[in-house]
Ligand binder design. Structure first.
Ligand SMILES: Nc1ncnc2c1ncn2[C@@H]1O[C@H](COP(=O)(O)OP(=O)(O)OP(=O)(O)O)[C@@H](O)[C@H]1O
Ligand SMILES: [Mg+2]
Length: 350
């Protein structure tokens, strides 16, 4: 049974991550979004994105989680990993709105490094806050994404095998924006620290203007601890969970230092992106929002804030969701890892 019984219409979001699969089921009741159910599977094991090549296996994992926690939805939304989707903001000058699709295709050929025949293109016009009334066509900003057809096919195969109706597919970034920002139009950076990659985007008016992924992440930190201390990955992972970047000077002084060294490339990437964005947009990134399992690393938010001199918070993807009060502590704990699945489930509600 779900946490709430007798759900009317339910909405399921499924995030197939590198280390785990997450599911969130929401329902709409009296105009409120309520939590119906959520669940994880850590069964993805060592299998990385290549597991998508084994649709029967992933389908089995999905249906096991569904069954274990009693999810009722027969339809779901799923996300595409940010690093596998090309996205860019393009400027079109003096184009007639009627021919816009033609111009977008022309520009896409220039900016997308793969043959367009192999991609599914999606784009939308970014509304301008202060358009020039005398020349509305002067500069049209377009947000363009290109997803490999082959990758989309893999997800279709998985959902066919699982006998779940795939209602929508979107880049993770959009799910994160929906769950962590809602209608907040401010300029922020979202840093999603996963098991195998860290995905960073700068979002302005809900559009992810700048997106980059690096392969430094939770696993990198565990590996660094394991190597430096000559201990197993399991022990290293436990030390990472227990100590994170806790105050130096305590007994286990090694671990925080190793963690700080391991996250240095993430800090460099953040600095690079902030400089790039602020340099070309003449505006500040107001804050950094952390999500993904790595967001829970002890003292990481503080450490980043002090090092970068920008406000850093752990995102709260539940802020528009109602749930029983007694679940608050546990939901706060799992929230960062569920941000994408929550955003996906919200997609069909909005
Ligand atoms: N409390 C915690 N402290 C430190 N690290 C944590 C904590 N909880 C989870 N992690 C780390 O977060 C990572 C998993 O995060 P997440 O579930 O967001 O990854 P994923 O979505 O499976 O991977 P990816 O996004 O790269 O595909 C693991 O490396 C795990 O060790
Ligand atoms: Mg993830």
């Amino acid at each position: 049974m779900g946490l709430f019984s007798s759900a009317e219409s339910t909405y399921l979001g499924i995030d197939i991550g590198d280390s785990s699969l997450k599911m969130v089921e929401l329902a709409k009741k009296n105009k409120k979004i309520v939590l119906n159910n959520y669940g994880f599977s850590e069964d993805m094991g060592d299998i990385k994105l290549t597991s998508l090549d084994d649709p029967d296996y992933v389908a089995k994992v999905i249906n096991k989680v569904k069954k274990d926690i009693g999810i009722v939805s027969g339809s779901a939304s799923v996300s595409l990993p940010s690093f596998s989707v090309f996205s860019s903001v393009i400027n079109l000058y003096n184009v007639n709105k009627k021919n816009i699709a033609e111009h977008v295709n022309e520009e896409a050929r220039k900016v997308i490094p793969l043959p367009l025949e192999e991609m599914v293109l999606d784009w939308k016009v970014i509304p301008q806050l202060n358009p020039d009334p005398n020349n509305p066509n002067n500069n049209t900003k377009i947000f363009l994404t290109g997803s490999p057809k082959k990758l989309i096919k893999k997800y279709i195969n998985i959902f066919n095998a699982a006998k779940i109706n795939l209602v929508s597919l979107e880049t993770e970034t959009f799910s994160l924006i929906r769950s962590l920002l809602g209608n907040d139009k401010s300029t922020v950076m979202i840093v999603d620290l996963g098991a195998n990659s860290t995905d960073i985007c700068i979002v302005k008016e809900s559009i992810p203007y700048l997106n980059r992924s690096i392969n430094v992440s939770g696993h990198t930190i565990t590996e660094a601890i394991s190597q430096k201390l000559g201990i197993s990955l399991e022990k290293a992972s436990q030390l990472k969970f227990d100590l994170g970047i806790s105050a130096l000077g305590e007994k286990q002084v090694d671990v925080p230092q190793i963690v700080m060294n391991a996250v240095a490339p993430i800090i460099n990437e953040i600095k690079y992106m902030v400089d790039l964005f602020e340099g070309s947009n003449n505006e500040k990134v107001e804050k950094i929002i952390l999500s993904g399992g790595g967001a829970m690393l002890i003292n990481l938010a503080n450490y980043l804030e002090n090092t970068l001199n920008i406000q850093v918070i752990i995102g709260n993807p539940w802020f528009r969701v109602s749930y029983p009060k007694e679940l608050q502590p546990v939901l706060a704990e799992v929230g960062p890892r569920l941000s994408i699945a929550i955003g996906l489930a919200m997609r069909s509600i909005e």
